[in-house]
Each structure stands twice: as C-alpha cells, then as structure tokens.
Design a protein around this ligand. Structure first.
Ligand code: UGA
Length: 422
C-alpha cells in the first residue's frame, strides 16, 4: 500500500518504520526541515533503541521524508501530530487542524484518513473531518475515516509497535476499518473494531488507568513508610491477582512524560466541561504532584536541613532509555532542592543537554561517578541500567542515597526509598 504518515515524533516515526518494515511504500511528512533531512540521510531524529537500524534499512528506499503534503497517490494517510496541553489543561489542536487542512487540500477521492494522534472523544468527527471536507470539497464517505490510537511506550517504541497487546480501530465506514485490519494483520495482535469516539476514549481511559495505578501504589507507599513495611513486597502480592496484574505498581517519584500528565489533565478538563467534577482523575494528579516533594522530604527526614548540602540527582529524563525530559519528575525535585538552599549536581546518560536548556542554573557532571563523588546525598530519579551497577558504598563522602525508583542496593551507606518503611 501507499501510505503517508504526517508528523515524525515518537508515534509517527515508529509507525512509518513499522509500515516500511512490513513492505509498504511510506512517505513521512514533517514541517521540520532538519528532521526531514536527517530521516532521508538515515539518521534517527529521536533517541529510541532499534529505530536507527530500521531507519538505515528503509531510508531512501521505501521510506522517504518530505516537507510537502504529496499525498495525492496515497491510499492511507495517518495523522500523528502532537496534541500537547494548553495552559488550562485542555488539548491544543492547532497542529491537528493544520495537518487536516493540508491533507484536505490534496486528498484524492477514496483515500482513507486515519487519526493516530491522541485526541479527546469527538475530535475526529467534529474537528478533523469537517476541516478535510471543507478543504477537499469531498464529503465523508467519498474519503474514508478511521481513528487508530497508539499505545507504545517511549524507550520501547519499536518493540511495542511491532508487538502490540491490541490494535484498536475506530471506523466511520467499514471500508476504512477493513483497510486497517488488512494492514495490521501481519502483527497477529487481537484487533478491536469499534466507533471513532470509543477508540478515542479507549486511549485516554488506558492512560488514565495506568497513571491511576502508579498514584495508587504511591499512596499505599506513603502508608507503608508509616507502618514500617515495604510497598514493593505489598505490591508483589497485590499484582499476583490476575485481575490487577503486576505492572505499573512501582512506587517512586511519580509519573512524567509527554502522555500521562497531559492526558489525565485533558480528561479532567473534558469532564468539567461536561459538568462532572472528576475525583479519581484529580486525585491521581494530586498524588503525582506531591511525590517529588516527598522524595526531598525523605532526605530531610534523615539529615535535617538540606541548606548548603551537595545533592546529586541521577536521571534527568522522565524515565530510562530516553532523552525526553517532558514532565520529568527531576524538574520538581530540583526546584524543591533549590528552594531549600541545596547545591544540585545533575547527571543523565542521554538527557543532560535537554535538561541543561531547561535548568541552566545547576551544576552538571560528566559521569554518575563524578556527580556522586562531589555529593553528600544522591537522589535517584530514573532507573537507568548503568545506575544499577554503581557501588555507592565506595564513595566515602556519601551520607545518604534516596531512591526514587528502587534501583540501588547499598550495604553500608544510609539508604531510604519511597515506600520502604524502615
Ligand atoms: C505511556 C503509556 O505507557 C503508553 O501505553 C502510551 O502509548 C504512551 O504513554 C502515550 O500515550 O503515548 P510513556 O509515557 O512512554 O508511555 O512511558 P511509561 O513507560 O508508561 O512511563 C510513564 C511514567 O510513569 C514514567 O515517568 C515512569 O517512570 C512512571 N512509572 C511507570 C512509574 O512511576 N511506576 C510504574 O510502575 C510505571
């Protein structure tokens, strides 16, 4: 099939790579000239394990990038642009609207437009389709419409895209649903066909549920600390119930990233607009906002005032295996530390340059060892693999390790972790 993918962020690029690997002819469209150039030269514009190899294999062959919406000959056009949070928590639709306008201008009769961006229920039918109709002069039915949410995790984007738990296809017309089912069949994943609005809501409900699981584990963690027991042992037992599952029950510094905070906020915004004051969703965010402060309070509980103390923060990305710092819990932790007059030294294997732009006022170390050897306290914010092998006991200067991701195992040096009540 001839496919176009609009937007080459995590979702767009991995979607383009998936279809290229499945043997289709893929055109990746992005407004960013630099990204387009990189993709065509076979260099991946994002850090994502496995993406480089796939891009080298397909760039310039059956995967081409362009700034132009050359979509006249495309059977399927996937919209994968960002829908970031607005100030009021609502969903920013300007990129989506622009993509719909551009697609509408050059859409041929019979092509199928698929919204893959995370969009609030109703957006595809009430916003995207009318723009395309207006620009193209075609009516729905003369072009196909589907909504196909993406469930990949950053850092595991390629794996998740090739091994999805399920494929959700929301369809306005059967022909579009059939085309997508055919496209995804080689992945051998369960396929759920439904309406557009349901597909849109499945994405939000899934992310909100996972975020809620994390906040739930964090709330229980605080209780466990007070009870002198370990939340990880508790959740091990809890997660053995197949109705609950052991995943996303890891207590710590809270959830970050470009999706959970944004999507929970957008759902709260929508609920309020619909006249309902959401309780669980609001609680999920409130707990998450508290956890970075809790991490700092654990250090204070052990050492008293942190004023003038040298504190190394390991892991600046929102999680390991990514250079993405969007909504990273490292930011509120650093802010809390600076507020208390601490001296902060940051280190991350991949996200240091990004974080430096956001927080130029702290010190940065070239290696984890350099950061630790200059610090009184270490706070672990992201559980990068390389941190697991650090021998914290070998640093004489070190007074305390505060573990926000349950990754260190020092024997001698004082150690506290979220949800570990001893
Ligand atoms: C998340 C979802 O997991 C994906 O299914 C979804 O497609 C994606 O959002 C999206 O909507 O695009 P992602 O944000 O890449 O993926 O990262 P996760 O691995 O889900 O982690 C999110 C945050 O939760 C991280 O800060 C992580 O450290 C934290 N987390 C995760 C916990 O604190 N505890 C856990 O048990 C699991």
């Amino acid at each position: 099939m001839k496919i176009a993918v609009v937007g080459t962020g995590y979702v767009g690029l991995t979607t383009a790579l998936l279809f290229a690997e499945l043997g289709h002819d893929v055109l990746a469209i992005d407004i960013d000239e630099e990204k387009v150039k990189k993709i065509n030269e076979g260099f991946c514009p994002i850090y994502e394990p496995g993406a480089d190899e796939l891009l080298k294999k397909h760039a310039g062959k059956n995967l081409k990038a362009t700034k132009d919406y050359d979509i006249e000959d495309r059977d399927l056009i996937f919209i994968c642009v960002g829908t970031p949070s607005r100030e009021d928590g609502g969903m920013e639709t300007k990129y989506l609207e622009e993509a719909a306008r551009q697609i509408g201008r050059r859409l041929k009769r019979g092509s199928v437009v698929v919204v893959k961006s995370t969009v609030l229920p109703g957006t595809t039918e009430k916003l995207v389709v009318p723009i395309i109709e207006e620009e193209s002069g075609l009516k729905r039915g003369e072009f196909g419409v589907a909504m196909n949410p993406e469930f990949l995790r950053e850092g595991l984007a390629i794996y998740d895209t090739f091994h999805p738990d399920r494929i959700v296809i929301g369809e306005l017309d059967k022909r579009s649903g059939d085309a997508l089912e055919e496209l995804y069949r080689p992945l051998k994943a369960p396929i759920l066909r439904t309406s557009i609005k349901v597909a849109e809501m499945i994405k939000y409900a899934s992310n909100a549920f996972l975020a809620m699981k994390i906040s739930f584990a964090n709330e229980i963690a605080i209780l466990c600390e007070k009870l002198g027991i370990d939340v990880y042992e508790v959740m091990k037992g809890v997660g053995m119930d197949h109705r609950i599952s052991p995943y996303f029950l890891n207590a710590g510094a809270g959830f970050g990233g470009s999706c959970f905070p944004k999507d929970v906020k957008a759902l709260i915004y929508l609920a309020k607009k619909l006249g309902y004051e959401p309780k669980l969703l609001t609680g999920t965010l409130e707990i998450n906002e508290y956890m970075p402060r809790h991490v700092v309070e654990l250090a204070e509980r052990e050492l008293g005032s942190l004023k003038g103390m040298k504190i190394a923060i390991l892991g600046l990305a929102f999680k390991p295996e990514t250079d993405d710092i969007r909504e990273t819990r490292a930011l509120p932790i650093v802010k809390e530390l600076l507020k208390r007059g601490a001296r902060v030294i940051g280190y991350d294997p991949k996200a240091m340059e990004n974080f430096k732009k956001l927080v130029p006022e702290i010190e940065y170390a070239k290696t984890a060892e350099e950061a630790i050897s200059n610090a009184d306290v270490v706070i672990i914010q992201a559980d990068w693999e390389e941190f697991k092998n650090i021998d914290f006991d070998s640093f004489e200067n070190l007074k305390l390790v505060v573990d926000g991701r349950r990754t260190a195992r020092p024997k001698k040096v004082r150690y506290v972790a979220v949800g570990r009540g001893d």
